[in-house]
Ligand binder design. Structure first.
Ligand SMILES: [Mg+2]
Length: 400
């Protein structure tokens, strides 16, 4: 008890002693780097959803961008973006930890619906911090460890029709574009947790057939990732593991309900292949419990949902301590992809980043300079902040 008190004293004392000096030493420019306003842009993508993009402006005319896409209900996301910007107005761009605590109260009160808005504004703040300090965000997050950001092609949002032939055709396009890792979610047509044995049998048969067709196209040496999107009970899922054994998966993702850590852990324990998941979780506390429960071998925080870039870095650190690799979940606009990539460039236990392949042919042109994906790797800009701007011509042309 005495030792604990001493440690707490050591933590508090330096800050208390430094606070007045630090306040006096603030550079003059920070008086102008207060957050002043918000723009929101919605871009039409496809039947799977639009891209929702936030842009914060400072009093001295800087702008910072963030990705609020795929939050579940875009109208609610936009409303929360406005509400959370009201909190930020007049605050310094550097007040990330303050915003994190203030936003978490609103996220908690919204049954999680505000989390994508909070995560997007946090990305905007890091873009602004980078521009204010003249540094790319990866320099502010510990410096760059990885020169190339390896991506896997998620073809689930673009394959049409969702048949073995449709998935195989899109997988072929991804391979031709240079990807050596491909993911699909071939059970999406099944009801969530089907109770009818015939439904389970038919859905399982269809999903395995789609996975087999993709394996055939990508060959034995490229990586095949399967996302089950929580369509199975524990008992059904344990049987499914055996069906996937011959397909030599790189990973199997979220067989059972995403919030049932015990069932996921039971699947993980029984699985002969690597498991992954965690895309829907928000905040370090949830990820701490998830990792500690043994739910997965690879953890998949989403920078658009988990709380933002600093939260992603903290989650990665918890995973690093547990010996767990991090592969961020990432169907996203190019803004969300670059936000995750800026953080992953600094993470020693980074594995591979998700990339929504083939959604729209003009994807790269959403950004200025255009998104550069070559050979299944994302090139990361060394310009300040996220290193990219919105191409307003593309934003206007495809406005939702
Ligand atoms: Mg998933």
């Amino acid at each position: 008890m005495e030792r604990r008190n001493l440690l707490q004293g050591l933590v508090v004392a330096p800050f208390a002693a430094l606070a007045p000096t630090t306040a006096l030493a603030l550079p003059r420019q920070t008086a102008e780097t207060t957050i002043a306003d918000l723009d929101v842009f919605e871009v039409h993508v496809n039947r799977r959803g639009n891209w929702v993009l936030a842009r914060l402006k400072t009093a001295n005319g800087l702008t910072g961008i963030g990705d609020a896409s795929h939050g579940g209900d875009d109208r609610q996301t936009v409303a929360y973006l406005k509400q959370l910007t009201d909190l930020l107005r007049g605050r310094q761009v550097f007040d990330v930890e303050w915003f994190r605590q203030a936003a978490n109260q609103i996220v908690a009160g919204s049954a999680g619906k505000a989390r994508s808005a909070a995560s997007a504004l946090e990305q905007c703040m890091w873009d602004l911090i980078g521009k204010t300090t003249g540094q790319p965000v990866h320099q502010l997050f510990g410096g760059r460890l990885h020169d190339r950001i390896p991506l896997y092609a998620n073809i689930n949002r673009s394959a049409d029709p969702r048949t073995p032939e449709g998935f195989a055709a899109m997988a072929q396009r991804a391979v031709d574009a240079g990807f050596d890792a491909v993911k699909l979610a071939p059970f999406d047509e099944m009801p969530k947790i089907p109770s009818d044995d015939a439904d389970v049998a038919a859905g399982t048969h269809h999903g395995i057939a789609c996975a087999e067709a993709v394996r055939q196209v990508i060959g034995p040496n490229r990586r095949l990732l399967i996302d089950v999107h929580s369509r199975f009970t524990l008992a059904q899922g344990l049987k499914l593991l055996r069906r996937f054994e011959p397909l030599n998966l790189f990973w199997l993702e979220e067989v059972t309900a995403e919030d049932g850590f015990d069932d996921l852990a039971a699947i993980n324990k029984a699985a002969p292949m690597t498991t992954a998941g965690g895309e829907a979780l928000h905040g370090i506390a949830a990820f701490y419990r998830y990792i500690r429960s043994g739910a997965v071998d690879i953890v998949m925080p989403d920078v658009k949902l988990c709380g933002g870039m600093l939260e992603l870095k903290k989650i990665a650190a918890i995973a690093e301590a547990a010996g767990v690799p991090v592969s961020p979940h990432g169907p996203a606009s190019p803004v969300g992809t670059v936000a995750a990539a800026q953080v992953m460039a600094t993470v020693p236990n980074f594995n591979i980043l998700e990339f929504a392949y083939g959604e729209v042919p003009w994807r790269a042109d959403l950004l200025d300079t255009p998104e550069d994906v070559t050979g299944g790797n994302l090139a990361l800009s060394k310009k300040p902040g996220l290193g990219v701007e919105l191409n307003m011509k593309t934003v206007a042309r495809y406005a939702a």
